[in-house]
Design a protein around this ligand. Sequence first.
Ligand code: ZN
Ligand code: ZN
Length: 385
Amino acid sequence: MPQILERNFPKSKIFLWSATSILVIAGSAGSALGHDLPLGDGNISSQPKVGFVFSCQQRFNPNAPGARASGDWLGKTTWDPSKKPYVEGSVNWPAEISITRTGEKRIVKSNNLPTHPTGVFPIQRNDPVYKYDRNNGRITAQDILIELPAVPKIAASPSCVAMGMIGFSITNAAMYNALDARGDDAPAHEMQDRCSGHPQQTGQYHYHNMTPCFDDRRSEPGGHSDQIGYALDGFGVFGIFGENGEKLKTADLDACHGHAHTIRWDGERRDLYHYHMTDEYPYSIGCYMGTPVKLPASLSGRPQGQGEGGDRPPRRRQGGQGGQGGPGGGPQQVISTAAAELGVSPQQLRQAVGAPPPDFQRASQMLGIPAATIRQAMQKARRDR
Ligand SMILES: [Zn+2]
Ligand SMILES: [Zn+2]
């Protein structure tokens, strides 16, 4: 049963979390929209820019693992969330999260298992979305301990957002930026469950956009959204509604996807900067206005040794990639088999690992696939020969 061990949120916001009171997940994130959203593919910048992700990673591998196909929800320049299918299932998790303030610090301690039900991951073969996305990540408890500044300050200049965790939600999910491992618009391309979440390689459950499974009571004055989480610079992240109760658009916010006005902060009214989620790309934090805390690689959700991406296990393709090497299989056959397993071409894999012995680190950087995954695929191909 999901359980919040402790919440140190403002009193008026404390409410009991239980399996029955958490949320309403009927309906969908998109059904309320009913119209197309701009597709964010390519909107990556190397400086703060409204409507873009100011990404620390600037080069993306277009062949990195990710969704393998798309359907009628995806147009050339737009996508329609109301038409996008969900990963099926409803799995409950023993969520544990505490957010406490100790002097100048805010401590987030969590097992990263969501307070709401999730879809079934890895995506099952009989799930209709399997044809689009074969995310084989398995939701796994993480040992999250983050120390944030309790009252963050605006930095001299904004800074870029990394791949992996950029914030943490009180629904016990990590918050990621808008990008998938290819640098594309993740919510438009990748399969998510009804709560707009999914796990990546190390099993970290996360959102790229607003979850419909957050109980936004809009209890701030004017119907402004409640706080859904914290960015890694310590500033709050709020839902999609602004001060006048209006649904915020990306153009209403600054380049980092936030603004400043009076909000409730640790029980007090304070004029403070904060971020907002929006329905539109980039959905969430576009850059940091404060100074983000540094996370150890094991916490960030970005698999170690992975030069590109960090999100999503390898896409698999069936057959069609072979051709090199005769029957019985030599080194060429190993490459072909492993390449098919990894969802890249044999040429790409051969180039990436180089002359024997294979350089898995280099391959990882070139392909945007974790070194361990490449090593395993090649070992398996060797065994299966
Ligand atoms: Zn606001
Ligand atoms: Zn993701």
